[in-house]
Each structure stands twice: as structure tokens, then as C-alpha cells.
Design a protein around this ligand. Structure first.
Ligand code: HEM
Length: 513
């Protein structure tokens, strides 16, 4: 690769079939590429032989240069690239990271969290990001090799909290010891996955797992923990949680799928349907809520159902990528050994409730970092975009929008860290008692903020934000999918209501104005 190219030399390559351009000090030979250029031939001819850095960055994401690095032939003598995007790097764009990571003091984080985020981000940049856009656009089943890489790296195990399961994997990111691992590490793992900016692909890589495996860890039999849990944590097998039905979403108490015992008492025969089951289309195991008793909450049981005869999954066409494997699941006389009961018969409702706080907290962690990455996208664009003779950021109306986005996202981060801290100090049972209300309200607020962020970001990026490829692709994906967070794990309205109902339980009887 040459390092002695001069601008004069570049200037001589300025005709069709002989086009060199400079982008950020690097020289690209587009002679063979220009007829394939998605933006057309003419735009390239206009800048042939010139430094086209400004033109390039006003029309493309930096990632285009990585993808087409084969066109690079060298660099301008004495110049080095100014735009550097290193794998695993923490962003320097103000508010692109939560405050501790931007240099602020924090009582919550230590060196292990810093090393953990760095290791996870580097892994994601190197192993997952290169596949993200293709899966996001084209959908399809995610290669099991990616799950296995995540599993062996310890990233899957890191997404379901501290606990004995961490010992089932060879190591954790950055060599963190299982006994060092806390909910802040887990929060970071969720944040980093959502930062990918490819929501369907990111959810495909474990949203079902994050809610499907915890019930087995807490209520599963020894056999399940020894024989099934490790294969899922290592990424060899996939699991999902199957509760929601066409008839019952947030109204879990009214599920209709049934499990009837065979006369010999050895099996359950399961019949029914489940809908919107994330990762269901490619899962090997379905942790399924079924009705084994009468109406209401006291007639529900949880069963671990392997993909087997009578269980079928159909890919659902939702707003986001089919890479998430969102499925319609049908159970047609599926024979399940009674040993596959998770917890006790007719005591499935507490199993479902047990994990809801963790699920909601996980959604908050992921959703708010996704919102934050949209703040970063909007900020970068506002600074680099020139319109009416000045950059967008010089317009007060744009600064106001950014101010609102930043302030809202920062508030969520601070409340979230405070909740996470409390989680590190409480047992799971205490968390349910003391944190269910705050987590519900925080989830409600997080998805309201995501709504505002999506709205403002679309206005800042304009047409790019409604275009699936190119500069606005991340904002486009966000504005199309942020609503998932306001429905999954309990709708926004139910969260708000629960938060206030929980507060009412603490309301002093003698409080008066
Ligand atoms: C290394 C050099 C370049 C490569 C590899 C490249 C590649 C691409 C690619 C892959 C796209 C599709 C959209 C996207 O993914 O962002 C695109 C679009 C485009 N490119 Fe380039 N390009 C290069 C340089 C340039 C330059 C120097 C200009 C203009 C002066 C230009 C103008 C355009 C235009 C106008 C579009 C369409 C943008 C739109 O749809 O809004 N390209 N280019």
C-alpha cells in the first residue's frame, strides 16, 4: 500500500475508466467500481481526481469505506486519517455514552465494568457487527455458529444476571470471575447488544434466551440444569419463552393453551397456540405456559417443551427483521413427559411473575442505550450536515431537539443505575417487593422517551430516517421498532398502572394535605 501519493498525482486520474478520489487522506481507485456505484457514475466523475471527503461523508456512513477497503490503493504523503473508528472504542461524542463512560465520577462502576464493556464491545464490533446489516435486511435463521461464539465468549451467560449458571461457561468477557459479576455487568451486556443498531438481529441473538432460560435456572429440575442449561448457555441450543397467545397478552391469567395428563400420569398432552414468541422460529426449547387446572392464575403451569412432534412454528411478519425469529407456535397433541414441569403443577403463575421484573429491567437497559445511540446519530448528523449555508447544529430549533433528547436519556440512565444498584443489594425476592413499582415506572418512562427520541431524530435526519440504507439506516430501524419496548414485558399503560398501584401499597393511611 503506497504512502507517497500526492494530490497532483491524484488529479491526473480524473476521467471515466481512470478515477481516483481522496477520502480522509486515503486514496481510492474507483476505475473498476464506478459503473457499479449505487449513487451513479456522474457524481463520481464530478469529484474524480479530487479530495472528496466532504462529499463522501455527506452521503455515506463511514462503514462504507470499511466494506470497500479493497478499492483503497494508498494514502496522501504526510497525511493520516482523521475519522478513526476502532473496534471496541468508547465514543467521544458528548452524551453518546452514559456519564461515567464520558469521564464523570460514579459510585457504581469499577475497573471490572470498564474492562467488561471494552471486551463486549470489541467482540460485538468484530464478531457480530459485520453480519448485522445483512441479517437485519434479509432476515433468515441466524447461523448457530454466532450463538456458539457468543456462548463460549460468555456473552449469553452474562445476559441473565449473577448466579451459579456463570460457572457453566469456560470464561466471562474480560476474564471477569463469576463471583465478581454483578447486575451492572449484565446491564452493560444488554446496552452493548442494543447499541448494534440492528434491533431484529440483536433480539434474534438472545431476546428469547434472556427471558426463557431464567425460569429453568430458578425452578427447573436438577436434570434440566445439568443437561439442558449448559447447552443453551454455550449457544449450542436455543430456548424461548412461550406465554403470549392471540387471546392473552399482558392478561396472562387468561391463557388458553391446555396440558392434560394421560391416564397413566406419565405425560401431558399439550394443545393450543402461542403468538409473538421471540426466537421461537428457531428455538429447540419452548418454556410454555399452559392451563393444567381451572380458570385464572391458579390453574397455570409451566412446561419445558422440546421441539417435537406436533409442535410447529411459523415465522411472523412483524415490523422488524425476521432475524428475530418471531413465531406463531402451534401445539397439536404434543406429548410432554411430566418430568418437564417447571416448578409445581398449577403454580406456574408465580414462575411467570418471578422473572417479569428482570425482563422489564433488561428491556429498559437495552432500550435506553438504543435511544442513546440515536442521540449520537442525531448529534453527528447535526454537526456534519450543512444546509442553508451553515451546519444544522447552528439552528436553535435543532439544538432544542437535541437538548430534549439528551436530557431525557440522561434522566433514564441515572434512575436505571440507581435501580441496578439496588438490585445488587437485594435478593430476588426483595427485588420483587421493593423494585417492581420503580421498574414498572422506569420502563414506562423509558419507552415514552424512546418515542420522543425517535420523533426528534426523524425530524433531524429528514428523509434519511425513513430510508433503510445509507446514512439514516440506524435511525430508520429505531423509529420503526422502538414500539416493541412499549409492548413487550407489559404494555406502557400496564406499567404505569402497576407503578402507581405498587406505590399505593406503601401509601400511609394518615397522609393528608
Ligand atoms: C470509496 C468511494 C465510494 C464508495 C465505496 C461508495 C459507495 C457507495 C454505496 C455503497 C452507496 C449506497 C448507499 C450506502 O450504502 O451508503 C453509495 C451511494 C451514493 N454515493 Fe457513493 N461511494 C463512494 C464515493 C462517493 C463519492 C465521492 C460521491 C459523491 C461525490 C458519492 C455519491 C453517492 C451518492 C449520491 C449516493 C446515493 C446516496 C443516497 O441514496 O442518498 N459516492 N455509494
Amino acid at each position: 500500500m503506497r504512502t507517497d501519493i500526492t494530490l497532483d498525482e491524484v488529479a491526473r486520474h480524473n476521467k471515466p475508466d481512470d478515477i481516483w478520489i481522496v477520502v480522509d487522506s486515503q486514496v481510492y481507485d474507483l476505475s473498476k467500481f464506478y459503473e457499479m456505484h449505487p449513487g451513479g457514475v456522474h457524481v463520481l466523475l464530478e469529484v474524480a481526481g479530487k479530495d472528496a471527503t466532504d462529499e463522501f461523508y455527506s452521503l455515506h456512513r463511514h462503514a462504507v469505506l470499511d466494506k470497500y477497503k479493497r478499492l483503497r490503493i494508498g494514502s496522501i504523503a504526510g497525511q493520516t486519517p482523521q475519522v478513526v473508528q476502532e473496534d471496541g472504542a468508547i465514543s467521544k461524542v458528548p452524551y453518546a455514552e452514559s456519564s461515567f463512560w464520558m469521564g464523570s465520577k460514579s459510585p457504581y462502576y469499577n475497573e471490572s465494568h470498564v474492562a467488561f464493556r471494552k471486551a463486549v464491545r470489541t467482540f460485538i464490533d468484530q464478531e457480530l457487527r459485520p453480519h448485522a446489516q445483512e441479517y437485519e435486511d434479509q432476515g433468515g435463521k441466524i447461523d448457530v455458529a454466532l450463538f456458539q461464539k457468543m456462548g463460549r465468549f460468555g456473552l449469553l451467560a452474562s445476559r441473565i444476571g449473577p448466579g451459579p449458571h456463570l460457572k457453566f461457561v469456560p470464561s466471562l468477557p474480560a476474564g471477569i470471575k463469576p463471583e465478581q459479576f454483578d447486575y451492572f455487568h449484565e446491564q452493560i451486556a444488554h446496552e452493548e447488544m442494543s447499541r448494534l443498531g440492528s434491533p431484529g438481529f440483536a433480539d434474534g441473538l438472545g431476546a428469547g434466551f434472556c427471558i426463557g432460560l431464567p425460569p429453568l435456572l430458578a425452578f427447573g429440575t436438577k436434570d434440566m440444569i445439568q443437561n439442558i442449561v449448559p447447552s443453551v448457555l454455550l449457544g449450542d441450543k436455543r430456548i424461548c419463552l412461550a406465554i403470549t397467545e392471540p387471546y392473552a397478552g399482558s392478561d396472562v391469567a387468561n391463557i388458553r393453551a391446555t396440558a392434560k395428563k394421560t391416564p397413566d400420569g406419565k405425560f401431558y398432552i399439550v394443545n393450543g397456540v402461542k403468538k409473538w414468541i421471540t426466537n421461537g422460529h428457531f428455538s429447540d426449547y419452548f418454556v410454555t405456559a399452559v392451563r393444567t387446572g381451572g380458570a385464572g392464575t391458579s390453574g397455570i403451569s409451566m412446561l419445558l417443551i422440546p421441539r417435537s412432534e406436533g409442535l410447529e412454528t411459523k415465522q411472523m411478519k412483524t415490523s422488524y427483521s425476521s432475524a428475530a425469529g418471531t413465531a406463531y407456535v402451534t401445539y397439536d397433541n404434543v406429548k410432554v413427559p411430566v418430568e418437564n414441569l417447571v416448578g409445581k403443577e398449577n403454580a406456574g403463575f408465580p414462575v411467570i411473575m418471578f422473572n417479569f421484573n428482570h425482563e422489564r429491567w433488561y428491556i429498559i437497559s437495552a432500550m435506553n442505550y438504543a435511544s442513546r445511540s440515536i442521540v449520537e446519530e442525531s448529534f453527528k448528523w447535526a454537526v456534519q450536515r450543512r444546509v442553508f449555508g451553515k451546519s444544522l447544529i447552528e439552528q436553535p430549533v435543532i439544538r432544542f431537539k437535541l437538548a430534549k433528547m439528551i436530557a431525557e436519556v440522561e434522566s433514564i440512565s441515572n434512575w436505571l443505575e440507581q435501580v441496578t444498584y439496588n438490585m445488587t443489594k437485594m435478593t430476588y425476592k426483595e427485588q420483587s417487593m421493593h423494585l417492581a413499582g420503580p421498574i414498572a415506572l422506569l420502563k414506562f418512562q423509558t419507552t415514552r422517551v424512546a418515542h420522543d427520541v425517535a420523533d426528534d431524530a426523524v425530524q433531524i435526519l429528514g428523509g434519511r430516517a425513513i430510508t433503510k440504507t445509507g446514512l439514516g439506516s440506524k435511525v430508520e430501524a429505531f423509529q420503526r421498532t422502538y414500539k416493541y419496548g412499549s409492548i413487550l414485558g407489559g404494555s406502557e399503560e400496564i406499567m404505569a398502572d402497576l407503578g402507581v398501584r405498587m406505590a399505593m401499597k406503601q401509601f400511609p393511611k394518615n397522609a393528608r394535605l
